[in-house]
Design a protein. Structure first.
Length: 225
């Protein structure tokens, strides 16, 4: 895997869903190149395909045409196992609904992606939870945490394997404005410090101005602002 190649390149990406005998072309030729350390915000109307694109970029949704290269290596022209491994080692994900496992504590949730890869991660998980301001919440279950705190745990979890690329799908969508703004401040601080590449889907136009580039998904293609 070439570390000098751009961390993320999408070439002529199409994604069509087939529903009830009809084709629904959502992505219709997306081209995108993201440089190391860049912060990209993806906007567009509801239903324009933002989440679909994020999932395609993150190896979670196979495009019907085109490909995504991560550090020059194809995500989709290889076995699913290789894709899963690339996802686990080079990418971290933050979702609107957090998706923490309810029966695990904050510390255990953060450790989980590393344990899946056979690594011990408790010390790093403690460090990350400290970084997101939750060193006093290690043993709390998700139900014992506020929405903003749960999202901070999810951010720490996304960072546990030290991925170069971080994807966030409406990370503030479930939070009030001030909590959401605090979560984004923290996310951007971590990303800037660690020089990670960030791709965020958001409806929030104010938030979208905080990236290096704002891209709009329109009629299945990306338009740069
Ligand atoms: N698995 C699926 N099967 C069929 N259609 C789907 C599927 N996933 C998404 N779609 C459709 O694809 C279109 C784009 O969905 P997507 O969730 O990517 O949009 P979005 O821009 O993220 O929307 P929102 O801002 O409302 O979250 C929508 O019309 C949706 O109904």
């Amino acid at each position: 895997m070439s570390q000098t190649a751009a961390p993320l390149t999408a070439t002529d990406v199409h994604r069509t869903y087939h529903l009830g005998g009809h084709d629904l072309p959502v992505l219709r030729g997306v081209d995108l190149q993201v440089q190391a350390g860049e912060k990209i915000f993806l906007c567009g109307q509801s239903g324009s395909g933002k989440t679909t694109l994020l999932y395609v970029l993150g190896g979670l949704e196979k495009p019907t045409q085109g490909d995504v290269l991560v550090h020059g290596k194809s995500l989709y022209h290889g076995p699913a196992k290789a894709r899963a491994q690339m996802r686990n080692t080079t990418m971290g994900f933050v979702f609107q609904h957090y998706f923490l496992l309810p029966e695990l504590t904050a510390l255990e949730n953060v450790c989980l992606p590393a344990m899946i890869g056979g690594k011990k991660a408790e010390a790093r998980a403690r460090e990350l939870l400290d970084k997101v301001g939750l060193s006093k919440r290690l043993d709390h279950l998700p139900t014992e945490l506020s929405g903003g705190e749960q999202q901070r745990v999810a951010i720490a979890r996304a960072l546990i394997n030290d991925p170069g690329i971080l994807y966030a799908d409406e990370p503030t969508g479930n939070l009030d404005a001030s909590t959401g703004s605090g979560v984004i401040d923290m996310l951007l601080q971590i990303v800037n410090e660690a020089k990670k590449t960030l791709v965020v889907v958001t409806h929030d136009q104010v938030l979208a101005k905080r990236g290096d580039r704002r891209l709009i998904l329109k009629e299945g293609k990306l338009v740069e602002e």
